[in-house]
Design a protein around this ligand. Structure first.
Ligand code: AMP
Length: 186
């Protein structure tokens, strides 16, 4: 977890590779569907372009199907999910059903000014439709309003590993790996 621009996608890929599990990014799955113009993509795009969350019903079903795939049997790392309280409940139900267990929740932190700088940089490099100034602000707002409160839910379960997302990619990865070790011990 972490605000848009904190480096979730980059770190999720690296950490998942280390553990030999897939990184499942809801944002990436939505973007792939938008690119292919699927029904899901057409539905999701309306929300994504405005910086809003795609409705829980659509997102939950997509994650449920994805974690049912063969490569996720031994475990997986979710990137960008859950983002709402309803998704937290849904995820609990899904993993109870598949027999998985939630091991840890990594929270990447970053200063708001740094986030805006990073997203502006990404807009320049990747040209993501939702990296425009207005939409960036809306996404940050929505994160604070709907997603940040979930950290406490997981903190109460003793699962949270909070990591400073500022610094070189390798430095942040090292902090995450170290933090995961601590969650496991506790
Ligand atoms: P991301 O790549 O994680 O920043 O996600 C890009 C966009 O996809 C978000 O701004 C949302 O519109 C949508 N999205 C990704 N994950 C979720 C989720 N868990 N719930 C609702 N919408 C999501």
């Amino acid at each position: 977890m972490g605000p848009p621009g904190a480096g979730k996608g980059t770190q999720a890929q690296i950490v998942a590779d280390r553990f030999g599990i897939p990184a499942i990014s809801t944002g990436d799955i939505f973007r792939a569907n938008v690119a292919k113009n699927t029904e899901l993509g057409i539905e999701a795009k309306r929300y994504m372009d405005a910086g809003e969350y795609v409705p829980d019903s659509v997102t939950n079903l997509m994650v449920r199907n994805r974690i049912d795939e063969e490569d996720a049997v031994k475990g997986f790392l979710l990137d960008g999910y859950p983002r709402t309280l309803a998704q937290v409940d849904e995820l609990d139900g899904m993993i109870a059903y598949t027999g998985h267990r939630l091991d840890a929740v990594v929270v990447l932190t970053a200063e708001p000014a740094e986030l805006v700088r990073r997203l502006a940089d990404r807009a320049h490099k990747e040209g993501r439709a939702d990296d425009t100034e207005d939409v960036i602000l809306r996404r940050q707002e929505l994160y604070l309003e709907q997603t940040a409160p979930l950290i406490d839910v997981y903190r109460k379960r003793g699962l949270v590993c909070e990591v400073d997302g500022l610094g070189e990619v390798e430095e942040v990865t090292a902090r995450i790996i170290e933090g995961l070790g601590k969650v496991e011990e506790s």
